[in-house]
Design a protein around this ligand. Structure first.
Ligand code: F6R
Length: 366
């Protein structure tokens, strides 16, 4: 059932081009110039009138929520808050009937996320679920929703669930932006076309696996890693660090690149690998100067860059290229090498990647 792959995690990483297609199939309708999503259409007015959108989730799903915050605020211009479900439910949050709560959960069974939406409902909010498991508790508790259609995810570390969550949330943002008249027809069409092109670009990211494996072999014994990104790729840095922690047991932290000088820069020495997401468009020049700061402290730099990049290549110890796309869609590509990096490092360290110690696939107790 692993389909020739050594682990479910690797299989699921490689399934992402198909999983993303399954997620947008029937919804992304380029020829008609529309996005079709019943759960949004049926509640369009309520969602567009919302004072704000509150996203609740845990773990990797919370990282997908952070990516969504950037894209929603950018495209739809509705304020978004992203909350850890466990914090939200216990801190007496201000929720009103003018709020839309989006719950993101692969399993649809995460106890804290489920409790958070029950609380939101009690306070009159409209709850929209983004789940992978059909008929799961969170899907059933939500007023409306959209499934990710990623197929079963067996590996405990979430991979295809994350990229398909981002895909669904991007489609929602685009649909709302179009309904609100926030995008020109050309801009909207360009987004649709770029989204349709993502699976082939993910495929390209998967093809450089040997290169990522080589880099993994160089840094597999490092006790610490730092991951940095800005804008849309700040949540990707968090997700890259989480993936490494959970399956390789290496201590890793993700930070917004500019926050480095407010503390974590003290950690940097010649032993410290720093993974920096430095794709073109997303504040590129700012990230380049962050890379210079790392370099002058002799940190080791692994840059995730846009194909053809020269500037970061000239400074970094290694670069991993991803194809060019719209800034808002880069997380779907930059995530891939970080998944592979954590996977290879974990395998080289002899870890049980599909079932890391102390972790459960779905956390049904708080
Ligand atoms: C990380 C991971 C966890 C889950 C989290 C939420 O790889 O798998 O952090 O993302 O437990 O789970 P769901 O999405 O099922 O609510």
């Amino acid at each position: 059932e692993k389909n020739g792959y050594d682990h479910f995690m690797l299989k699921e990483i490689h399934e992402q081009p198909e999983a993303i297609k399954d997620t947008y199939r029937g919804r992304l309708r380029i020829n008609e110039g529309i996005i079709k999503m019943a759960g949004i259409e049926d509640n369009l007015e309520k969602i567009l009138k919302a004072n704000r959108i509150i996203i609740v989730a845990c773990g990797t799903s919370w990282h997908a929520g952070l990516v969504a915050e950037y894209i929603f605020e950018d495209l739809v211009r509705i304020p978004v808050e992203v909350e850890y479900a466990s914090e939200f439910r216990y801190r007496n949050p201000v929720i009103t009937s003018n709020d839309v709560v989006i719950a993101i959960s692969q399993s649809g069974e995460t106890a804290d996320t489920l409790a958070a939406i029950k609380l939101a409902k009690q306070n009159g909010a409209f709850v929209f679920g983004v789940c992978n498991v059909v008929g799961s508790s969170i899907a059933r508790e939500s007023h409306a929703g959209a499934y990710t259609h990623a197929g079963p995810e067996i590996g405990v570390a979430s991979t295809k669930a994350f990229t398909t969550q981002i895909t669904v949330l991007t489609l929602i943002a685009l649909k709302l932006a179009q309904s609100k008249g926030m995008l020109s027809k050309t801009e909207f069409q360009q987004y649709l076309a770029e989204m349709e092109a993502i699976p082939a670009k993910v495929e390209k990211c998967l093809k450089i696996d040997d290169h990522v494996k080589y880099i993994s072999s160089i840094y597999k014994d490092s006790p610490n890693f730092l991951y940095l990104g800005r804008g849309y790729n700040f949540p990707v840095a968090l997700e890259g660090a989480l993936k490494l922690k959970e399956i390789s047991y290496i201590h890793a932290e993700g930070y917004p690149a500019a926050e480095m000088k407010h503390g974590p820069i003290a950690l940097i020495d010649e032993q410290m690998p720093v993974v920096v997401i430095a794709t073109k468009k997303g504040h590129y020049e700012k990230v380049v100067s962050n890379i210079q700061e790392i370099k002058s402290r002799k940190g080791k730099i692994i840059g995730i860059v846009t194909e053809g990049d020269e500037e970061v290549r000239s400074m970094a110890d290694f670069v991993i290229e991803v194809p060019e796309t719209l800034e808002g869609l880069t997380p779907l590509l930059t995530t891939i090498p970080l998944q592979l990096l954590s996977y290879h490092i974990a395998v080289m360290r002899g870890c049980n990647v599909d079932q890391p110690r102390n972790l459960a696939k779905s956390v049904t107790v708080e």
